[in-house]
Design a protein around this ligand. Structure first.
Ligand SMILES: *Cc1c(COP(=O)(O)O)cnc(C)c1O
Length: 430
């Protein structure tokens, strides 16, 4: 922790909203689409980005900004923006620096929705992707880069493959190629992993998961470290380093320095595409963030006990949890997430796909839902749910075995979770 920074726990509880005399102690919900000014000239200066201030919630809203500021501080970044979903955050993070004719490189083991966005939808916009095995050597991964490559993307812990990213290696590869590293830090959260400390340039989140933590609100965030030198790669990133005609020829890096990337995403992408969260959802997210530092360690503690229990049962074929000794990613997890990874793990039952499905149907306390990373323990079968659009080949490339069950361990009493799993295994007909 840097000296001038508060501890994570304090940031979780207090950052973002600092009321003055007589103002509400709790972050208010500014449920207003618009904001009042006294002269036409005042308002005009806002549209020219010559003054900062609120005028329309699609661009900025005080409730949303307070929560974005808290997330920026948690990650140790210079600025952040909230989006209406994690998907929107991923899209904006890339679209802010890629346009038609551009290319980026991504780890192949990523969230199914992100995989579709990259492999199908971004391609329709003329933005091409090359997927790489994140465990390949520097040289191997470097081969995927082209003169028009604008970014390298990966998840710090991949959903649902549970691969732990060698962040330093990815940052080195990206920087050797003159592009930023974008890391999806949804699973470990800033409580367990700080990608900026290891060279990542931009972090995105699905705040829908642990940050909200209670499965109430879909949301996302983009955080900029402020460290990437866009001007040093001016030809690669003209959108940031050359005049924007939609703002009378303003140049983001010149006018906004370290805030250039988030400012452009706000005043250009949000203005034109509009995936803002409602202030109400930002308010709920903020309440989740206040206890993030308490919940995440409990998720991890419970998950390790559940993983060890699963491993002890002869009916279980395999368990994939990076904090289990002998896991392929144990050392990387110890390095980048010494205090824990997250509450999510995957496993398969002996007998394969059908047996796994039956096990899930036997669970009582543990619910089958399309979700992860909230207070309630839940399961999902990616091959029949989140990843059902993928071919068998794509499934393997995304790290999803057909028998894979994704278990997201909540913060209930761990003995009750284990008891439910125990009865589900004991009551299997096959
Ligand atoms: C859920 C998830 C997303 C997508 O976020 P939404 O909020 O559902 O749009 C992106 N990345 C990861 C790692 C996720 O788990």
């Amino acid at each position: 922790m840097k000296k001038d920074k508060k501890h994570l726990e304090t940031i979780c509880v207090q950052a973002g909203w600092t009321p003055k005399k007589g103002e509400p102690r709790v972050l208010p919900i500014y449920q207003s689409t618009t904001f009042k000014y006294e002269t036409s000239e005042q308002m005009g200066r806002l549209f020219d980005l010559e003054d900062s201030g609120y005028f329309y919630t699609r661009l900025q809203n005080p409730t949303n900004d307070a929560v974005a500021s808290k997330i920026a501080q948690l990650e140790g970044g210079v600025a952040a923006m909230l989006t209406s979903s994690g998907q929107a955050a991923t899209f904006y993070a890339l679209f802010n620096i890629c346009s038609a004719g551009d290319h980026f490189v991504s780890a192949s083991a990523i969230y199914g929705g992100t995989y579709n966005l990259f492999a199908v939808t971004l391609k329709k916009l003329g933005i091409d992707v090359t997927f790489v095995n994140q465990d390949a050597s520097d040289e191997e991964i470097a081969k995927a880069f082209q003169p028009n490559t604008k970014a390298l993307f990966a998840e710090s812990i991949s959903n649902p493959a549970m691969n732990v990213l060698d962040i330093e290696k990815f940052a080195r590869i990206a920087h050797n190629q003159g592009v930023p590293l974008i890391v999806d830090n949804t699973f470990p959260t800033p409580i367990n992993c700080n990608p900026f400390d290891w060279g990542a340039d931009i972090i995105i989140h699905s705040t829908t998961k642990y940050m909200d933590g209670h499965a109430t609100s879909v949301g996302g965030a983009i955080v900029d470290s402020g460290n990437f030198d866009w001007d040093a790669q001016s030809d690669k990133f003209p959108g940031l380093t050359q005049p924007d005609e939609s703002y009378h020829g303003l140049t983001y890096t010149k006018s906004f320095g370290k805030n250039a990337y988030i400012t452009k995403a706000t005043v250009q992408l949000m203005r034109d595409l509009g995936s803002i969260p409602s202030p109400m959802n930002a308010f709920l997210l903020n309440i989740g963030l206040e206890t993030l530092h308490l919940r995440v360690p409990r998720h991890c503690e419970n998950a390790l006990k559940v993983a060890e229990y699963l491993q002890s049962r002869p009916e279980i074929a395999w368990v994939n949890y990076p904090k289990l000794k002998g896991n392929k990613y144990y050392e990387l997890a110890e390095k980048y997430m010494p205090n824990g990874t997250c509450g999510v793990m995957t496993f398969g039952l002996k007998g394969g796909r059908d047996v796994s499905v039956q096990f899930m149907d036997n669970l009582k306390l543990v619910a089958i839902v399309t979700h992860v990373a909230d207070a309630r323990t839940c399961v999902l079968h990616p091959a029949s749910h989140t990843h059902r659009q993928l071919t068998d080949e794509q499934l393997v490339s995304a790290g999803v075995a057909p028998d894979l069950i994704r278990l997201s361990v909540g913060i209930e009493n761990v003995d009750d979770i284990i008891k439910d799993i125990e009865q589900a295994i004991d009551n299997m007909a096959i």
